[in-house]
Design a protein around this ligand. Sequence first.
Ligand SMILES: Cc1cc2nc3c(=O)[nH]c(=O)nc-3n(C[C@H](O)[C@H](O)[C@H](O)COP(=O)(O)O)c2cc1C
Length: 309
Amino acid sequence: MIPIHFAPLQGYTDDVYRRLHHQLIGGVDCYYTPFIRIEGGGVRSKDMRDIEPTYNEGVPVVPQIILKSLKEFDYLVNVVEEKGYKEIDLNMGCPFPMQAKHGRGSGLLAHLDVVEEVVKAIQAKQHLSFSVKMRLGWEDKEEWRPVLDLLNGVPLKQITLHPRVGKQQYKGEVDMDAFQSFYELCKHPLLYNGDIMTVEAIRQMEAKYARLAGVMIGRGLLARPSLAAEYKEGRERSWQERRTQLMEMHERLKAYFEGIVNSEAQLHSKLRLFWEYMESEIERKAYKKIMKSGNLKNYLAAVQDLPRR
Ligand SMILES: Cc1cc2nc3c(=O)[nH]c(=O)nc-3n(C[C@H](O)[C@H](O)[C@H](O)COP(=O)(O)O)c2cc1C
């Protein structure tokens, strides 16, 4: 059995989602906050809220930061440390051009001078534990090599590799040959990330890579929130069980959002996201009905109508 980490997904895995997933569905060893960034000279209040200890109580969560310079690194590490965290994940994988073009996320991989400064800073902060989530590169799939040389020289809790380049976004196949090369050269515990959608796929990774420290799953867990739990339990949960859990999580999300939004339209658009990756889990017809519901009333009726199979 290998550890399962829930990948950070901006807009989806916020504090309330992580908390409810952990309480109601489980199976995940570690969650990550979507990346925290500097905007307009500070951290957005939404991001500050996401790392607030009271909203993360009892949930194994690691804050993730995204940066383009040592200055941003220092600033964000301070912010996170002040909230009492001892572990921080560094984003060197984000493919969004808005970030990557400014040298953040996968864009940082091509700036070895900055990576070198960051690595030195990591070494100086031995009271904290750092991990890195990265891609192969921004546009060239060999960019990771000198970066890994630098990362191999400092203590890290782990590296998570998504074997695509940033420019690909999520298109094309993951490059398993490149993953193999990375696996052989990486001196830190290594997690695989990318396109894992089934328990079988987790088992294949476990069988193929004896030293793998775990897998990180994003869209596969949004699509089937019980995926990690089913792997851990070694049995498939029935649709009836999964349906009951989805309904409960949805009810709790609804109760939560009702307390913070100002309109039915806002509530509708927030709740709808819960199902966005679930087309195969809830089947096409129900999925379309939920996605095309148009207003809150139709939406709630469509959710109640989820098939019983
Ligand atoms: C909508 C969306 C938001 C994401 N936000 C983040 C993020 O904040 N930080 C991060 O490291 N990766 C982010 N990612 C990348 C995922 O964490 C993950 O690496 C990617 O989805 C590939 O894994 P998967 O195939 O298991 O989904 C995001 C991906 C998507 C689709």
